[in-house]
Structures are given as structure tokens and as C-alpha cells.
Design a protein around this ligand. Structure first.
Ligand SMILES: [Zn+2]
Length: 147
């Protein structure tokens, strides 16, 4: 997976649906982050700096055997993504873990905004790990089927 392409697609999707942009264009929405309910909903906040996201990333890093980089001096999404890529082994598994985690944070945000439901960080991490395991199982089965 091309990590730059994955980031561009992710950011494009996220920024198009961000609530502060909807409000700026005259729509009605709650500008507060639906994950922590304490800060304004901005892309970098939701994916990286939100207390909910930080808890998820900490659990993912612990399970994925990589160290989360310090984020206090990070103010833009692309530098954050570069730090996260550099925190792992830069192999496809690490990129997949980052993309699946970011994608599931987005899905959790949408679950809270549109379905008025939410799950704990531990449950979200379990779903992320299950998604990745199913992906790997499916691709292993593809390889077996080709034999
Ligand atoms: Zn938040």
C-alpha cells in the first residue's frame, strides 16, 4: 500500500466531512469533537491529539510493538503521519496498522455523530485487530486458492 496515497485519500475524505467546514458553509452541526467532547473538531485533533484517539493509539502501539512519537510540536497532519510512519518498521504491516487505526477512528467519530452510539477505546482496538486479522486471512486464502 502506498502510504502517501492512503494519507491523501484519508485526509480528503475527513476534511470534506469535517463539521467546522459544514458550519462555515452555512450548515448546522456541533463543532465539538464527538470523541472527547472537549475540543473543536479538527482533523489533526481527531486523528492524533484527541484523548480518545491517544488512548487508541497507545493501545495499538503497545500491541504493535512501536513507540508513539511525541506530538507536542506537531501542528499539521502530514508531519504527524511522517512521524507515525517512522515510528514503526516502515513495512506494509506497520502502514496497514496506521491506516486501519486512522480509518477506524473516523468510523467511530461517524458512529457517534450519525448513529448516536459509541464504543470504548478497548473495543475499537479489538475491532481494528480483528479487521487486520480478517484481511490477512482473506489474502492468505487468496494465495491458497491460486495454488
Ligand atoms: Zn477529541
Amino acid at each position: 500500500m502506498n502510504s502517501d496515497l492512503a494519507l491523501r485519500q484519508f485526509v480528503s475524505l475527513w476534511t470534506k466531512i469535517r463539521l467546522d467546514r459544514i458550519i462555515t458553509r452555512g450548515g448546522q452541526a456541533d463543532p465539538i469533537c464527538s470523541l472527547c467532547r472537549t475540543r473543536q473538531e479538527k482533523t489533526l485533533h481527531m486523528v492524533a491529539k484527541c484523548s480518545y484517539a491517544t488512548t487508541v493509539w497507545t493501545m495499538i502501539a503497545s500491541n504493535g510493538n512501536f513507540q508513539l512519537p511525541p506530538l507536542q510540536d506537531v501542528h499539521r497532519l502530514y508531519p504527524w503521519w511522517e512521524l507515525m510512519l517512522g515510528a514503526g518498521n516502515a513495512q506494509a504491516d506497520h502502514v496497514q496498522l496506521l491506516v486501519y487505526t486512522a480509518w477506524n477512528l473516523w468510523k467511530e467519530r461517524c458512529r457517534r455523530v450519525f448513529d448516536n452510539k459509541g464504543m470504548s477505546p478497548a473495543n475499537l482496538v479489538a475491532i481494528i485487530q480483528q479487521d487486520i486479522a480478517l484481511y490477512k486471512q482473506a489474502h492468505t486464502q487468496e494465495n491458497i486458492d491460486r495454488l
